[in-house]
Design a binder for this molecule. Sequence first.
Ligand SMILES: [Zn+2]
Length: 234
Amino acid sequence: MEIQYFDNDDVCAFSSPLDASLATDAGAQNRQLLALRKGFDVAQLTSAEQVHGCNIAIVDSEHVGCGALDINTRIPATDALITNLRGVCLLILTADCVPVVLFDKRQKVIAAVHAGWRGTAQRIAEHTIDKMVSIFGTRPEDVVAAVGPHICGKCFEVGNEVVDAIGQEYVCGTGANGNPTLDLGAANIAQLKSVGVADIYDSGVCTYHCAEWPSWRREKSNVRLGTYIWLKRG
Ligand SMILES: [Zn+2]
């Protein structure tokens, strides 16, 4: 089932376990299905070629609809999207990585972030807030955030290079193979708190545990869950 984060006069955001990847035909069909069911315009759906980097794009009129149904038109090499355009649905794809959505209640600005361990190490969630502040005058205390389904701190077994990049304080224990396990969600929540975002919802769903949700580690497939956010038209 979908997880709904926000749904009010201004904004709607949710995650769906239905495959949203354009690697196969199913993803485009599921995007169209969700657009009808949830009430966003699929022609204005905007997504990026996510590369585990730290590029953050401001989605303006020329980007609207990039990567909606055609993988070749995605915004290149970008892992977070920000917009203040109403009706434009931002989409982030994940399968174990952390999806984060952000809504500035006062300035009416939204963002969607893909934070795997590399993006988390580059503090992409924090930098997305910084960009909302510098470009749209966002006050972090006006931002509500939601952290979607991702691999949990008990399941995400990693090598020492990942612990070094994210921080020892996010190690939760030892995994089945004897390596440390790390809580990427907690690291992203800490980043948001460090820049003044206080209102943070955590879905608490582990993609690896919960077979309904796509997990790269469990399935090693192209299937991706979608996290969607858009500002409603007035
Ligand atoms: Zn888990």
